[in-house]
Design a protein around this ligand. Structure first.
Ligand SMILES: Cc1cc2nc3c(=O)[nH]c(=O)nc-3n(C[C@H](O)[C@H](O)[C@H](O)COP(=O)(O)OP(=O)(O)OC[C@H]3O[C@@H](n4cnc5c(N)ncnc54)[C@H](O)[C@@H]3O)c2cc1C
Length: 290
């Protein structure tokens, strides 16, 4: 592994100033569970790692009209947070199946998004919640929908001198239910072959689906919202016929590749299966208001 310097700023301002100073020679590091692996594999080779750990405020979950999850919040904190489990259970579910407890203790939500892996665990859940990325640079701050944040495999919309400060999450509408499903080759400590998040808002009297948000991971160059599938569900009673139609449509919205984890055909097929299963599981959870 190439030698690198490790800088540990105490404030966000200091981190941004270092990023400005070192430019392309620097890489941010949070939990390091992706960055160090990528460095070992020579996929990245910075002269300097700028650590975000210990910067005050970045590891906080706050509510100030809108929910804010700091980029440095670990998956273990998300998984165990009463607030997240109650308000954003699909996200809590996604974080709880990432890696192992040891990985979740250090790996952060910000790192998961910035790596921009098509299979990243938390991306589909944040897409169905219509989350925004809160970005900061020396020039100021901006908010970007998560859909626009993912640009390609391993590529995000961060400017070279920007840092992801956190995630902003609007509350889902009342009477919403949902599910997160991951298909891996093993039960744990494995990346997803396919992952799916489902968020449905149901009319409490009729059971008709008023609003549907479906997101898929590991089946396209970026995690994606399955918008045609959502249209099939909206305005309808979710009976067997509609659920099957939604699963079929989800398959068509994918553009998967074949890799060591699965063939493109298998991924496409399983995306349909997981969407159907996710809808059915959400309906069973009908009594649980998200
Ligand atoms: C054994 C093992 C199992 C794993 N299992 C899974 C799994 O099941 N599912 C899954 O999705 N992932 C998995 N991962 C990958 C990894 O743990 C996650 O993606 C994790 O969330 C990355 O977070 P981190 O804090 O470690 O990021 P880091 O490794 O510190 O950083 C990752 C990338 O993001 C950049 N970065 C980090 N934070 C910021 C920020 N705030 N602003 C700008 N750039 C930033 C870094 O420069 C780097 O390029 C696994 C990893 C290991 C080692």
């Amino acid at each position: 592994m190439k030698k690198f310097d490790y800088l540990k700023p105490n404030t966000l301002e200091e981190a941004l100033s270092l990023l400005n100073q070192y430019g392309d020679r620097a890489k941010m590091i949070a939990g390091g569970t992706d960055a160090i692996v990528m460095n070992r594999q020579k996929k990245i080779s910075p002269d300097v790692f700028i650590s975000l750990r210990g910067i005050p405020g970045l590891d906080q979950i706050e509510f100030n009209g809108i929910f804010k999850i700091g980029a440095l919040v670990t998956h273990r904190t998300i998984e165990q947070s009463e607030l997240i489990r109650k308000r954003f259970p699909i996200l809590a579910g996604a974080s709880s199946v990432l890696g192992s407890v040891q990985v979740r203790n250090v790996a952060t939500i910000g790192g998961n998004l910035c790596t921009a892996s098509p299979s990243a665990e938390t991306s589909p859940s944040l897409l169905v919640y219509e989350a925004e990325a809160h970005l900061v640079s020396q020039n100021g701050e901006r908010r970007l929908s998560l859909e626009s944040f993912f640009v390609g495999p391993g590529e995000n919309a961060l400017d070279k001198k920007e840092i992801l400060k956190g995630i902003l999450l609007p509350s889902p509408p009342p009477n919403s239910v949902g599910a997160y499903l991951k298909l891996g080759r093993r039960k744990s400590v494995d990346l997803s072959v396919v992952n799916v998040a489902v968020l449905l808002t149901l009319d409490p009297k009729t059971g008709i689906c008023e609003r549907a948000r479906i997101a898929l991971g590991a089946v396209a160059p970026t995690p994606l919202r399955a918008k045609e599938t959502e249209k099939i569900l909206e305005g309808n009673l979710l009976d067997d016929g509609i659920i099957r139609k939604a699963g079929d449509c989800a398959k068509q919205e994918c553009s998967p590749i074949t890799d060591i984890r699965g063939s493109a055909e298998y991924r496409r097929e399983m995306a349909g299966v997981l969407v159907e299963k996710g809808i059915r599981q959400s309906l069973v959870n009908h009594s649980r208001i998200v």
